[in-house]
Design a protein around this ligand. Structure first.
Ligand code: NAD
Length: 416
């Protein structure tokens, strides 16, 4: 259920392993696009594999929840966005649970929650909703698992086929065994827990990774003041086995559909329980101001930005995705416009999504076209930006693109 980044990857991935998969979405446009063989999101390799499994008759897309009655196993992969106050919005999850309940088939269908949900949600929302509407009892008339998803956008298929671990939270061992069987040939550790522990493992993992980014950015902000290149510092830190090299890239902060909303949701849940998550609040605080640190650097080299043509390379929250949800580019472009700058942007995949938020800025046909500006900001480290010649340009870099550092006339990094 749900054919976003997680649902579609899961569907196509399991279909390619030989299972018969039906995807269900309430967004009719997405379903039509899938049926026409068009992938509604950009994810490397996904479109090709999706068309292959469709041709093989292993995968089909539906919009009528009645198709659920044929399923032995139902993965819930619907969105769990933030509400205004940061807490988790469970509207899609509630509706999905009701749709499942009305269409439960078979003797013991299993519901696996892949959506990221706050610890306790499967027990307090999914199970009671399905029991109430279907009249069946969890653990007797249907099974329930929590199977959190850890894929990275831009590497979704790679992560589906080669996960570091699979976490299975189970209501009873019957459904836990079935799900474990499904993942047996994935060649990774499989951890079996109860439902709420599995839910928490997902949040704790994202909170930890987000904290690493904010920590290195905080170190980076001080490095910048002290004339130290944070990237060298991070290399030196990452060689320590206790630390490791990942998630130590200082820059303009994390974005995307997961880290910001998941950290907010965890803080909100803590608050509901009377516990203030102090570190996580600081993680968000550092992250919120990080993108805007580029602007004074730009002014240092250009003076007032009013009327200046500012080129922006990269809009997606990270390379190899078209996703701009919570991307630092949103905040930066909005401030540039407020300061009176003329904004000219390019991204290999994310321009269509960005246009929905900023329809009236200049969208360039190529990265080279963006270079023809008074100054250039680099906001996403797409590989193709490493191939550009930045000679004669003023570049303020939020991501650490080596080619810009080597060739630009004036080069400044956010933390280096
Ligand atoms: P998304 O917003 O891209 O997709 C969600 C889809 O669910 C939409 O297409 C929507 O139309 C559909 N939907 C909503 N209600 C439905 C219903 N009742 N029946 C059928 N379809 C329905 O979301 P996403 O990025 O794929 O994330 C899904 C979940 O997985 C979220 O909880 C997210 O936190 C989690 N997650 C996301 C990622 C990621 O990288 N995107 C990684 C790990 C976990």
């Amino acid at each position: 259920m749900g054919t976003g980044y997680v649902g579609l990857t899961t569907a196509v991935g399991f279909a390619s392993k030989g299972h018969h998969v039906t995807s269900l979405d309430i967004d009719q446009k997405k379903v039509e696009s899938l049926r026409a063989g068009k992938c509604p999101i950009y994810e490397p390799g996904l479109s090709e594999l999706m068309n292959q499994v469709m041709r093989e008759g292993k995968f089909r897309a539906e919009s009528d929840p009645a198709c659920l009655s044929e399923s032995d196993l139902i993965f819930i992969c619907v969105g769990t966005p933030s509400k205004e106050d940061g807490s988790i919005d469970l509207t899609q999850l509630r509706r999905a649970s009701e749709d499942i309940a009305r269409n439960l088939g078979g003797k013991y269908p299993i519901i696996a929650v892949k959506s990221t949900v706050i610890p306790g949600t499967t027990e307090s929302v999914v199970i009671p909703t399905v029991e109430r509407v279907s009249g069946r009892k969890a653990g007797r008339g249907f099974g329930v698992c929590v199977n959190p998803e850890f894929l990275r956008e831009g590497k979704a298929l790679e992560d589906f086929f080669h996960p570091d671990r699979v976490v299975i939270g189970q209501l009873t061992s019957r459904e836990g065994d079935l799900l474990e069987g499904l993942y047996r040939d994935f060649g990774c550790p499989i951890l079996r827990t109860n439902l709420r522990t599995a839910e928490m493992i997902k949040y704790a993992s994202n909170a930890f990774l987000a904290a690493r980014i904010s920590l290195i950015n905080e170190i980076g902000n001080l490095c910048k003041l002290l004339g130290i290149d944070t990237r060298e510092v991070a290399r030196g830190m990452g060689l320590d086995k206790r630390i490791g090299p990942h998630f130590l890239s200082s820059g303009i902060g994390f974005g995307g559909s997961c880290f910001p909303k998941d950290v907010k949701a965890l803080i909100a849940r803590g608050r509901e329980m009377g516990y203030e998550m102090k570190i996580l609040r600081a993680v968000l605080e550092v992250n919120e101001s990080q993108p805007l640190r580029l602007l004074p650097l730009l002014e240092k080299h250009l003076g007032r930005l009013e009327g200046k043509r500012i080129g922006v390379l990269g809009l997606a929250f990270k390379p190899d995705t078209d996703d701009v949800r919570e991307a630092p580019s949103l905040k930066i472009v909005s401030h540039l416009l407020k300061m009176g700058a003329k904004v000219r942007v390019y991204d290999p995949k994310a321009m269509e999504n960005f246009k929905k938020c900023f329809p009236n800025i200049e969208y360039c046909m190529s990265a080279e076209e963006v270079l023809d500006s008074d100054a250039v900001l680099i906001l996403t480290e797409w590989q193709e930006f490493e191939k550009l010649d930045y000679s004669g340009k003023i570049v303020v870099d939020g991501r650490g693109v080596e080619a810009a550092r080597k060739t630009a006339k004036v080069y400044e990094g956010v933390c280096w």
